[in-house]
Design a protein around this ligand. Sequence first.
Ligand SMILES: Nc1ncnc2c1ncn2[C@@H]1O[C@H](COP(=O)(O)OP(=O)(O)OP(=O)(O)O)[C@@H](O)[C@H]1O
Ligand SMILES: [Mg+2]
Length: 423
Amino acid sequence: MITFHQQTAAVQPLAEPEQGEEHIVPIPRVSVQAFCETAETAAAVQAAAEDRRMTKAHVRVQMGGIAAAIEAYRSSPTPNVIVLETETRGEDIINGLDDLSHVCDAATRVIVIGHVNDVTVYRELVRRGVSEYLIAPVRPLEIVRAVSLLFGAPDAKPVGRIMAVVGAKGGVGASTIAHNIAWAVARDLKLDAVITDLDLAFGTASLDFNQDPPQGIAEAVSAPERVDTAFIDRLLSKCTDHLSLLAAPATIDRIYDFTAESFDPVIDVLRASVPCVVLDVPHLWSAWSKRVLVGADSILIVAAPELASLRNAKNLIDILKTLRPNDRRPLYCLNQVGMPKRPEIKAPDFAAALEDEPVAIIPFEPQLFGTAANNGQMIAEIASSHRIAEIFRQLAQTITGRTETKKTRAGRLSPLIGKLFQR
Ligand SMILES: Nc1ncnc2c1ncn2[C@@H]1O[C@H](COP(=O)(O)OP(=O)(O)OP(=O)(O)O)[C@@H](O)[C@H]1O
Ligand SMILES: [Mg+2]
């Protein structure tokens, strides 16, 4: 059934991606061909093609509108989706589409980008089977959403969100935070969650959850052709009612050199079957770790309150913002704050340099964290009413999009940090 909720979205400018928490399902390997009439729309479709959710789709953008499309499909097969821009009005659009329908495969979906906001035209287009009608000027995300909706029909499987947690530096507590957040998502939000340990050689998720599963993520990445829901199900070990673990072997008898796409099959299957997938991403910058971060629905960077963390967090946020122009920017939190005798960079200085407030400031509590780690327990299991347990509950809400994050408030840069960023 074709619906028109896209029309209202098209006439109203979208919220800035940074504020928006809309979940748009990634688009499968389909072919999309666009025939535009204006350079602006062509640029928007091209930008949509580069969006992380469209990387699997094959997108081709050309000019010439409906006439060029009719010409092209006289002699070549039609793709899964045709995007047509037309500057013409009423009757002309309808006539053009009628001509196109003679050369177009019946299974091909058509999205029209028009320049008139006219309800009779909408109705006629719907009657002719046009899937969506967007009104120019269109934003890249509107195109991504329109294509995504074609393949995410109401009867499609529930789709999960991927949340990546990564350290700005090694040892800053990224894994600990990822595990505690996943636990809180499962326990407090009652969402089914899977914690996925991507640190195959040294991962600590199985230790932290006191689990010793015989199999885990290594079996999945080494046999990508076997990966499906049933296979992944067998590799998961259950931690609590709603939480499962895809554990790392944490052995170093082999070398883990992954290609960029190594984790794609596992993440795709998890996304299709679990509402909340927390990825514990090790602190490294490789083709696969970059791809995993770029493809996540939300990113949390964990930083310690010192200069190397600040520099690296800034670099990570900058590059990820560039690679994900239609997404909310990565979130960050400060951890191990208040370590005795350590000179620290204060939260307002971080906020000024990163142009964003941290979503949490977690104090250094070696007794509490040490006990939890040694017992294979979460912070809330040891001290449920401790303020750090509360911080993890709030973080679980924030990264699952249950609450708004605070807006930026610039602080004053201390001279050294100021110098670092005057480049
Ligand atoms: N707020 C904190 N206060 C005290 N200790 C902490 C805190 N957060 C984490 N830790 C401890 O710091 C150590 C490192 O944590 P963790 O392994 O989670 O870091 P990581 O960033 O994932 O490290 P790696 O780079 O090895 O992946 C652990 O012993 C953990 O218990
Ligand atoms: Mg880690």
